[in-house]
Write a protein that binds this ligand. Sequence first.
Ligand SMILES: Cc1cc2nc3c(=O)[nH]c(=O)nc-3n(C[C@H](O)[C@H](O)[C@H](O)COP(=O)(O)OP(=O)(O)OC[C@H]3O[C@@H](n4cnc5c(N)ncnc54)[C@H](O)[C@@H]3O)c2cc1C
Length: 593
Amino acid sequence: MEKTGTIKGGEFIVRDITAEEVFIPEEFDEEQQMIAQTCDDFLQAEVLPILDRIDAQEEGLMRSLLEKAGEFGLLGIPVPEQYDGFEQSFVTNQLASEKMGAGYSFAVAYSCHTGIGSMPILYYGNEEQKQKYLPKLAVGEWIGAYCLTEPGAGSDANSGTTKAVLSEDGKHYILNGQKMWITNGGFADVFTVFAKIDNDRVLSAFIVEKSFSGISFNPEEKKMGIKGSSTRQIFFNDCKVPVENMLGARGKGFRIALNILHMGRIKLGGNVIGAAKHAITQSVNYANERKQFGALISSFGSIKQKLAEQVIKTFALESAVYRASKNVDEEVEMNQQECSKEQAMVIAYGQFAVEAAILKVFGSETLDYVVDEAVQICGGMGYSSEMPVERGYRDSRINRIFEGTNEINRILVIDTLLKRGAKKEFDLFSEAENIVNKLDDYLDSDPATQDYYSRKKFFIGNFKKLALSLIHLVSEKFQRKLMFEQEILNSLADIIMNLYVAESLMLRVEKLESKNGIGNIGLFKDILDVFVFDAAALMRKSAQDVLYSTEAMDETDKFLKAIDYFTTKDGVNTRDARRRIADKLIEDNVYKF
Ligand SMILES: Cc1cc2nc3c(=O)[nH]c(=O)nc-3n(C[C@H](O)[C@H](O)[C@H](O)COP(=O)(O)OP(=O)(O)OC[C@H]3O[C@@H](n4cnc5c(N)ncnc54)[C@H](O)[C@@H]3O)c2cc1C
């Protein structure tokens, strides 16, 4: 699997990279750390002290917070300088997303505005549109929202029925229809609205200002969580949109929507890291105060196990998020020689669509795990709305639903990989076939080394072989009907997701060890050991699900052996490793890994 050149999106399944090639969060430069600190300070000073008021949707409060964030320069991080922004790298944006992610409902309003609310105009607007809207959006004078979903068109977003018809004088599109679940809907000034022109089969996109005639809103939705985030239905009733407000070309709206979602998914991965670290700190703070049976509950093995597992999943997620985010930046740099920076960004998000879907699913499920255990660690108090973990638990749940549900994203992981393979963007199918043809040889091999990282690479390489051999099996068996076998796709996606995260984590730890003066390497190895140990067991189960559901008949024994072998790993004393990880957290009394 040794290849050269910039890695392509999804290619990780057939290609290994070195630790030197990954970006790790420990490499943030001073400017990035300063931006992160500004975000932290903003949350501490402006947001966290007034969470109840935010959740009560006090009139004008969320908007004024966004405006204040604009004054601090926090809304213009991705916007080019010529439109009054700071034009930072995607990694820096991701760091800001992470920091703001600890802001509960504010985090949602912020990500919506700086992501899906503003970026369609940056990436697809013409010069006039950019000049008109971006400077106002970059400083928070105007707030943005994104209107794709309709009552009858959720996951199947292109099935929307909102219609745009050219007026008789050819100066306006007349918009009619209804949008649903629109974040920032209650106070946004600018909406990217997706609609079909005449009887088009695909969507077009329009920039719609709140001040245009014919727009009305339902009251705020009453939600399980993120109660402070504005979520409205919006009605367009003969709404007159100037023709110059079409975004991109006619019929390009669905492509715009998809590409913006790729970006949103990677950013969601970043966002949930911040929320997870915040919840871990709350968990350990409580565990270090609460006494039962005459001892702090943080001294109990069951609590240490939970604290450690929260850390392991979050640290692993973080490794994968910044690896992929840097890949986006590298791809932008490469493509920028041939097109504008904005086009290069769009190409890069599309290129890393597999990773984006993985981070969305793994990130949202990590946060759900972390907040669930945070409630559990706090016991009865965790169930009380007096405790912040109760809010965190409710607020987390939306992440598995928006930016494409996790069901849709799991399918996307496989669908996108197979399409890339079919287009020969990399050697997916021939590598997969080779592995199946040589299964007997592989099953005889062993790591033949005691070197820590060589062994880990050997095992993770085997996880890749497992995924590839199963891709070969199911592609042969189901051919074009594979996409209807969603249960199998889900299991395959879980294998690929876990191996991507495991590899990212391993490369981070290896890179950390190679740097001088980095302490705690033993703890990072503990994190890696436990993650790989558990991931192998999960993969084994998922692989068996794939195999038995495929009814491979005479191939079953061969594949069972392969599954057994490819999911072999070194034994780990997970109890002691988790205790060491938890003990550091308990001592620091704050997430500091
Ligand atoms: C709080 C909140 C904020 C939101 N903000 C915005 C916003 O700002 N802008 C915007 O445009 N939208 C927004 N959304 C909408 C969100 O993106 C959609 O809710 C989401 O895409 C799912 O669509 P749906 O709710 O119609 O569910 P459905 O599509 O009806 O899905 C229902 C269930 O069926 C599953 N399912 C659907 N199709 C398939 C399939 N092909 N295969 C397997 N399973 C499938 C889903 O995974 C899900 O479990 C928001 C939603 C919420 C709740």
